[in-house]
Write a new protein. Structure first.
Ligand code: SF4
Ligand code: SF4
Length: 340
């Protein structure tokens, strides 16, 4: 197995991230074309890309609860359910690898802090007294969403919500959040972008409730990075390069919910065998090839997409005629009300 500043491992991750970024852009472009046809019927009809439901994580959370209670996949944004289930399962199996390898927001955040380091020649670190409470914000937001959906919404209430015009067009509303950006949204995104230039993964580290949920799930993952003190030369390359600012050099087994499973630490370690990807076997841990991580991660993620397709529930059940009603109504400023 290769060891000692493994550039191939790093570039493998960059390639996977680039692939998923291109897939995201393609999905966005297709969805834009899908909506444009209903706003202007002279434009060609474009098939709706179901994966756009990935941008509705709260809908995915609701759909997951609805499925647990009823055994039914909600039919309006069903791909959102499969993607949500796939992403949470990927964290249970392969840590927060979704954040580190697949999520386009994580990739943009990474590009921004890398650009920030190039521009300033510095690494900025939030003081611990701000960093710690700020990190709690994403868990608080996650708690609010889980309470609102997990406790407050009954399956019957969800059915009303799923059938509302608001939910049918929530994907269009999400698109317009970016394409018809309000001044407040633009300034908020600009501020987040600016902060992300100076502070590594500002959004992911402090604000993303999805990442918080995946972080908690990742603690159950059998895969963990382990530092072998007898082989470690304490160069601190792992700690310096960790995008989560974990003190890898001082830890044994990395079980933090902040770990993205990005393997940057493993790829940067110059001492053969000092940092390894391991899997729990009975009471102990067995070393595994680090390339197993992206393979397992992507396999779990796509397994749920294949499951959705194989069960015939991947595509929305909303017929063309219904979209002809709800999208122009939304464009005319008549958004459906979300039920109370
Ligand atoms: S500990 Fe290693 S795998 Fe985890 S976030 Fe840091 S660099 Fe990535
Ligand atoms: S684990 Fe590797 S990168 Fe980290 S301090 Fe030890 S030798 Fe350096």
């Amino acid at each position: 197995m290769k060891s000692g500043n493994d550039r191939t491992l790093r570039f493998t991750r960059y390639a996977v991230q680039a692939f998923f970024m291109l897939v995201t852009l393609w999905i966005g472009w297709r969805f834009y074309g899908f909506v444009a046809h209903f706003e202007n019927p002279s434009l060609p009809q474009v098939e709706r890309p179901p994966s756009v439901d990935a941008f509705l994580p709260i809908g995915g959370l609701m759909a997951a609860k609805y499925f647990l209670f009823t055994g039914i996949v909600e039919p309006v944004h069903p791909a959102g359910f499969f993607l949500f289930a796939g992403i949470v399962t990927s964290a249970l199996v392969m840590k927060k690898g979704f954040c580190g390898w697949i999520c386009p927001v994580g990739t943009i955040s990474q590009l921004l802090w890398m650009a920030g380091e190039k521009i300033t020649g510095r690494r900025f670190v939030m003081p611990a007294w701000i960093d710690l409470p700020l990190r709690g914000v994403k868990y608080f937001l996650m708690f609010l969403f889980v309470m609102a959906i997990g406790i407050a919404m009954s399956p019957n209430m969800m059915v009303l919500f799923f059938l509302s015009d608001y939910y049918k067009t929530v994907d269009v509303l999400m698109m317009r959040f970016f394409t018809d950006m309000s001044t407040v949204t633009a300034w908020t995104l600009a501020a987040l972008g600016a902060l992300s230039l100076f502070y590594k993964n500002f959004w992911c580290r402090y604000l993303c409730p999805y990442g918080a949920l995946l972080g908690l799930a990742s603690m159950l993952s059998p895969f963990k990075i382990r530092r072998n003190d007898d082989k470690c030369v304490h160069c601190r390359a792992c700690s310096r390069h960790c995008p989560s600012q974990l003190e890898v050099e001082k830890l044994g087994v990395i079980s933090s919910p902040e770990c993205y499973g990005c393997l940057t630490c493993v790829s940067r370690c110059p001492s053969a065998g000092a940092l390894e990807m391991t899997v729990r076997v009975n009471e102990g841990r067995r070393k595994v090839n680090p390339y197993v991580a992206p393979v397992v991660l992507v396999a779990v993620f796509y397994a749920f997409i294949v499951l959705g397709m194989a069960t015939g529930k991947w595509q929305t059940a909303i017929p063309y005629e219904e979209y002809r009603r709800v999208i122009p109504a939304l464009s005319a400023g008549e958004p459906g009300e979300a039920p109370d």
